[in-house]
Write a protein that binds this ligand. Structure first.
Ligand code: NAP
Length: 247
């Protein structure tokens, strides 16, 4: 792929970092948007040391003004974005009757409205180029639900719906929109959930047909293909990367 510009949200850690590294390795110029600006800049520096081109920007995807300012900076420093990976996400676990409106709203604001805002901020550039790729990182939890994760699972199911609508609206403009729902990938987020007892590692591995925990690179490889030229006929799809399990 020849120097298209990509934005990866939540790209300073875990799955987003692996995607950023992979896209730079593919020859893409990457802007990492992360709420932790220092980590975003460090990740970009590390990628650049390896010979690629990347920048890191402090962006809370729940803040539309910050998104718009960052996209403007990407346009002027790297060129118009043609690839968007909506990966930033947060998870909160607890019984439904104890879920506060504040927590519900924050999870929806980051995971779902953040995806909506990033898509709306970047799609005009894709329309202008008559080419675009959006990959939304949802979650395998949206297939079956997970007790105690109402806000998270609802936000991820919403991302799937948004993916399907955007695929229909923008298909004739050379823009594809797909979602990868990862299943149990070893990242800081997953390690945090394990330490809080939300998941049991051995049980999760036992439920996974390929018999191992997923790696961020497993998601990055699929994302790399979905944003490629060759994936032009794939849109509106849910591409599970979950070791063979659907929950
Ligand atoms: P992670 O290691 O926690 O990485 C998420 C990144 O997003 C972090 O750098 C985080 O920054 C950043 N972020 C959080 N809130 C943000 C915001 N408001 N604006 C911008 N950036 C923000 O998690 P991960 O496991 O790689 O997860 C990546 C995505 O995959 C998430 O959407 C998650 O729901 C999804 N997913 C993961 C798994 C899994 O098994 N790991 C399974 C299914 C789905 P801070 O660290 O500073 O908060």
């Amino acid at each position: 792929m020849t120097s298209r510009t990509a934005i990866v949200t939540g790209g300073a850690s875990g799955i987003g970092l692996a995607i950023s590294r992979r896209l730079v390795g593919d020859g893409t110029v990457v802007a990492i948007f992360d709420v932790d600006g220092g980590a975003a800049r460090d990740a970009a520096t590390e990628i650049c040391t390896d010979g690629g081109k990347a920048i890191g920007l402090a962006v809370d995807v729940a803040d539309r003004t910050a998104i718009d300012a960052a996209v403007t900076e990407v346009r002027s420093t790297l060129g118009p974005p043609a690839i968007l990976v909506n990966n930033a996400g947060i998870t909160v676990a607890g019984p439904f009757l104890e879920l506060t409106a504040e927590t519900w709203n924050r999870v929806l604001a980051v995971n779902l409205t953040g995806t909506f805002d990033c898509c709306q901020a970047v799609l005009p550039d894709m329309v202008e180029q008559n080419w675009g790729r959006i990959v939304n990182i949802s979650s395998s939890s949206m297939h079956s639900g997970v007790p105690g994760m109402a806000a998270y699972v609802t936000s991820k199911a919403g991302m799937v719906g948004l993916t399907k609508v955007l695929a229909l609206e923008f298909g004739r403009r050379g823009i594809t929109v797909n979602t990868i729902p990862p299943g149990f990938i070893e990242t800081p987020m997953m390690r945090d959930s394990l330490s809080k007892g939300v998941f049991d590692m051995d049980l999760q591995v036992a439920k996974t047909p390929v018999g191992r925990v997923g790696r961020p690179e497993d998601i990055a490889a699929t994302c790399s293909f979905l944003v490629s030229e060759e994936a032009a006929y794939i849109t509106g799809q849910i591409i599970g990367v979950n070791g063979g399990r659907n929950t």
